[in-house]
Design a binder for this molecule. Structure first.
Ligand code: NAD
Length: 177
């Protein structure tokens, strides 16, 4: 039997409970999922506070905590490239072969659709609250960001002093205006 493999790519800055739900949902449809950690070159900014390595760890720990067998996923950091028109080829070069793409991002959907991939938009889980923007806003403003992310992610962010990092960066960017 051929392995049915799907791709899910996201910045995961940081991973939140919506991402976890979407990964679990994807695993109901495919044998293996490739989780692309997008914009891997980005870190230490207000919109992209965490490094690719930190994000890999967040995903791995969250999935282990959910009891997902690690043989069912690959986590692959992927840097952005300037040229959207050849991005799909670049992603293919960096990943095991896959036949289906799961994304709610219109640009990602369009680029894979034009290269004849099957593209599916996964259902959104409480998108108003479960978004990276909301998590980062709460981290900066002292809100309850913890309720939006997996338990293990709270521990990791505390361990790497992530809240002080994003608050420090937010201050710096404000004073530069
Ligand atoms: P994201 O972290 O915002 O989302 C990842 C996925 O999770 C998306 O499919 C999104 O729909 C889904 N999701 C998020 N919240 C959800 C919720 N509450 N419920 C259900 N699903 C939810 O990441 P993104 O912006 O989609 O990531 C795309 C990545 O691809 C970026 O890093 C981008 O730079 C990269 N990209 C690069 C190029 C290029 O290099 N030229 C081109 C296109 C895309």
């Amino acid at each position: 039997m051929t392995v049915k493999r799907g791709l899910l790519i996201g910045r995961m800055q940081p991973i939140h409970k919506g991402h976890v739900q979407v990964i679990l949902k994807t695993l109901e449809e495919v044998d293996e999922v490739i989780i692309g950690v997008g914009s891997a070159q980005e870190s230490h900014t207000v919109t992209n506070p965490f490094t690719a390595g930190e994000r890999v760890l967040m995903i791995e720990q969250a999935l282990a905590d959910e009891g997902v067998d690690s043989s069912r996923y690959y986590i692959i950091p992927m840097e952005d490239i300037y040229t959207n028109a050849i991005w799909v080829s670049y992603v293919k070069m960096m990943t095991p072969p896959f036949s289906i793409v799961f994304s709610g991002n219109p640009l990602v959907q369009r680029l894979f659709y034009e290269e004849d991939f099957e593209v599916k938009a996964p259902p959104l889980f409480n998108r108003t609250l479960l978004s990276g923007t909301e998590v980062r806003k709460r981290m900066i403003n002292g809100g309850n960001w913890q309720e939006l992310v997996p338990k293990k992610t709270i521990e990791l962010i505390n361990e790497i002093d992530g809240i002080n990092r994003i608050r420090h960066l937010a201050k710096k960017e404000l004073s530069e205006r």
